[in-house]
Design a protein. Structure first.
Length: 100
């Protein structure tokens, strides 16, 4: 949701959406699904990261706790002609590391 005053992205805070730039607040409606007035697409807001983790999982050994499962993401760290880097987060202890 965008602020009607200054047109920047508003962030959820308890039962309100708050603009970090001008302080405008708008009460949330009952659902976590918001339809944008401009694009007319559904947007689902995930507020509790522990209840629903949407990152993909793979088998990777955590060097801290020995767990054999981790979430992973890819990030382009250098120029577009260089390969991306894969980062892992242990599903058990939360330790983060980069693929060698």
């Amino acid at each position: 949701m965008f602020c009607p005053k200054c047109k920047v992205l508003m962030y959820p805070k308890e039962d309100m959406f708050v603009c970090n730039k001008c302080g405008f607040e708008k009460k949330k409606k009952g659902s976590n699904i918001i339809v944008s007035a401009q694009v007319k697409k559904e947007l689902t807001i995930i507020e509790d990261k522990d209840k629903l983790n949407v990152l993909p999982k793979t088998k990777a050994l955590c060097s801290k706790c020995g767990n054999n499962e981790a979430y992973w993401i890819l990030r382009q760290m250098r120029g577009s002609d260089e390969p991306e880097s894969r980062f892992y987060t242990c599903t058990k202890c939360g330790y983060k590391w980069r693929e060698d």
